[in-house]
Design a protein around this ligand. Sequence first.
Ligand code: SF4
Length: 199
Amino acid sequence: MTISYPIVETFCSIQGEGFWSGTSAFFIRLAGCDVHCSWCDQKETWPLDKHPLFEINDLLNQSLAANAAIVVITGGEPLLHNLKPLTESFKKERIKLHLETSGTHPFSGDFDWVTFSPKTFKIPDNSIYSKADELKVVIANEQDLQWAEAISAKLRNDTLKYLQPEWNSTETIPIILNYVQDNPQWRLSLQMHKFLNIR
Ligand code: SF4
């Protein structure tokens, strides 16, 4: 059976956030998200049925042609879909596959790196906690730090922890800098691609 996924866009860029910042990347943005963050800058990804379907082989061929260091599966919320068939095909080609997820649906697939970015708008599914290689929490105000700590307590000991300022908020950078100073297990993550004005 041929398996297809609804795709918003695919593009080459660099990974702009977290541990892999600066790494060449081919992004596959899957459609569908039911988290509905008020500050979401990808609202066009929310509908599941308004984007073209791409077969796994199409996505694989695009990824191989891009020849980037990593392929990043993002969204939307990619875990709305069963990612096992997709990751099985990519693994056969030895492509380094990363996932960016809010963790709000049961985990599927086999990835080389999982970025878990929980949102206060919808609680994560328990299956994400053992899978996350890095935690990235968007901070819009001081209260979000408590949310970040509560999530962090459920993760593996070796999961990297990042706090990232909400892009439109001017007040959060000093809040994060102070917090990282006092709590060195946390790191600051900036959206490098936005400073560079690239995708
Ligand atoms: S989880 Fe991501 S795509 Fe979904 S609403 Fe939140 S920011 Fe937007």
